[in-house]
Design a protein around this ligand. Sequence first.
Ligand code: LCV
Length: 262
Amino acid sequence: MSTTPLTTWSQDGFVGTISLDNASRHNALSHQLVMEVIEALKVLHEAQTRVVVLRARAGSKIWSAGHDIGELPVDGRDPLGWNDPLRELVRTIETFRAPVIAMIDGGVWGGAVEVVLACDIIIATPESTFAVTPAKLGVPYNVSGMMTFMSAASLRIVKELAFTAAPISATRAEHVGMINHVVASEDLERFTQGMASTIAANAPLSISVMKEQLRVLAGAKPLTPRGFEKVQGLRRVVYDSNDYHEGIRAFKEKRKPQFKGN
Ligand code: LCV
């Protein structure tokens, strides 16, 4: 693990800001970067922060390239199991006491889309895009991640994003209700800070309770134990497959993968 920090954070009054800052890897969600964000959230929680803005350093062309593909396991282990740092980050954001606003200017890929969708409010520039990539890499997706997607968009949109793995523009994402606002790049910070200040001036306890109520209610989907075991077990078919290895190999070799469906 590098000792150079891959993120920065700050607090101004009741508003906290966490900035992804690893341009050379397009803010890929490596173990280190993710743990730094989780740590920053813990510190901001202790500091009574009432709203957090999660952003990339100004000028980043890519908000985040998603899970660090170099860190995906190739030994038959579940790539996105319960203890994966990315899963922990999603849970930390979802259960963070105060709202987290994702401020996006650039491409958002793979697991980073889930991180963004786990945030409470999403504000993006028209140039931003969102790509759901497991099918491009041959990776199985986790069950709670699927639920995050289903809470963020209609089933039809989730299917299109998941099956094509193609980026969706911020304008379309706003149109289908996946994100809150599309704001021109030059107005993004002012607009986001304005919303953060509005939230910070409101009653924090009322907001944190509503956030938790909405999280519990949105996740209250009836599912039999057998149904859960089925959707969870299905994932193994993918991470045990040749295509899973091919997807990761192809990315590392900078070529198009040749998927065979086994
Ligand atoms: C490690 C990277 C990455 C990266 N990891 O720049 O949701 S799931 O299931 O799919 C989950 C498992 C997941 O989130 O997987 C990751 C999904 N992400 C992607 O599919 C995007 C992968 N990245 C790209 O397609 C390109 O990097 C984009 C289009 C974002 C930017 O292209 P560009 O030509 O501007 P490079 O590809 O040259 O990237 C710069 C360096 O960052 C590394 C990449 O390998 C390269 O390293 P080198 O300088 O050593 O060649 N990099 C980029 N993304 N996710 N490393």
